[in-house]
Design a protein around this ligand. Sequence first.
Ligand code: IPE
Ligand code: IPE
Ligand code: MG
Length: 249
Amino acid sequence: MNKAMADTEAQVLKSPRHVAIIMDGNGRWAQSRGKPRLFGHRAGAKRVREIVRSCPDLGVKYITIFAFSTENWKRSEAEVTGLMSLFRRYIKKEARALVEEGVRVRFIGDRSRLGKKLVALMNELEEMTSHNDYVNLTIALNYGGRDELARASRRMAQDVADGALKPEGVNEETITSYLDTSILPDPDLVIRTSGEARVSNFLLWQSAYAEFEFIETLWPDFTSEVFQEVVDRFSGRDRRFGAVKPAAE
Ligand code: IPE
Ligand code: IPE
Ligand code: MG
């Protein structure tokens, strides 16, 4: 193995396998240009393709993006309607490229409050990309970590009532298996753009041992170069998972 190959391998070995991103700052990006908030959301949506495409080179196999939270319904009707129509258009426009580029798309969140047309497009895209596995893109839409845990608990309680699950059989693995993310590994790295240092109800259970990066860049300015810098910083972090590192010999 030559040095370049060894370097690439070392980079991939230390890469975060699963990166989750809180794509924040679209509104401020638009406002600073004197434009309506939806202009920022459109610019933000355009960034997604570039970021997903750059994942394989960075050794990232799973990427999960926060598109709409269970709290975002509190925004103006115009913004919510605009976002919903942007999601529909985005799926229609990107579907072919996602299929061709080997991206497997999944959605997490509560679909019951979303429009029928949007849900149909989401189901269709999941189905169309179900044979892909080059990159796993998960889109969190009407997602909230607490809501996800509440929905999972309801189903667990129902299974106990039906005799399909024993109360003493409920452990961490059981809870994980009832979550929307059941088949995904936990995120290794959670990135939030726009300078806010909060989690805003994203992947609460799953990010128990994730590394966090809060960066100033607004989401529409988050290029693959910025993404690479953040991933590189992750490689230098010392993850201990509660244990003590053995002393160097
Ligand atoms: C994130 O950008 C996108 C969504 C929440 C849908 P914001 O819309 O929150 O942008 P800021 O935080 O107001 O700048
Ligand atoms: C989190 O951003 C949700 C998404 C990025 C989709 P928000 O802008 O909604 O979060 P807060 O209100 O600043 O906590
Ligand atoms: Mg925000």
